[in-house]
Design a protein around this ligand. Structure first.
Ligand code: FE2
Ligand code: FE2
Length: 140
């Protein structure tokens, strides 16, 4: 079943690298929602874990390189979620699939809020930063 319904107006932030990652994240969440076989669910959960680590590492890098003002708060939220993924992932690997399913079912509402708040602020900052550079280039 589709857990995360992608909403163009709300979830697409206008920074290609972030949007592509978020679309892939939504796809993984939905594949987890559709996985009926426990082994398939375990494999997909491991994939989600690796994907999310890379997703957050990339955003953390963009924040550091662009001097994003809310870096500490946003990075802290990423760490909190990675901690949960590690904890739930261990249980899923030990066969506690129902617990994994319950946690995955909560991810769409987490993503919806995170995309609309912290990621949206980062995307706006990145767009402003690149526009600033373009304007300077135009003047000179
Ligand atoms: Fe993100
Ligand atoms: Fe984020």
């Amino acid at each position: 079943m589709t857990l995360l319904v992608w909403q163009e107006d709300r979830h697409r932030l206008g920074v290609d690298a972030m949007d592509e990652t978020h679309l892939a994240f939504a796809d993984l969440v939905n594949r987890l929602g559709e996985a009926t076989d426990p082994a398939a669910f375990q494999a997909l959960f491991a994939e989600l874990s690796a994907h999310t680590e890379a997703h957050f590492a990339e955003e953390d890098r963009l924040m550091a390189e662009s001097g994003f003002p809310a870096l500490v708060e946003h990075r802290g939220e990423h760490r909190r979620v990675l901690g949960q993924i590690a904890q739930i992932g261990e249980r899923v690997a030990r066969g506690r699939i129902a617990m994994g399913r319950a946690w995955v079912a909560e991810l769409p509402s987490w993503f919806d809020l995170h995309a609309a708040s912290m990621d949206s602020a980062l995307a706006a900052h990145l767009k402003k930063a690149s526009i600033g550079i373009a304007e300077k280039a135009d003047v000179s």
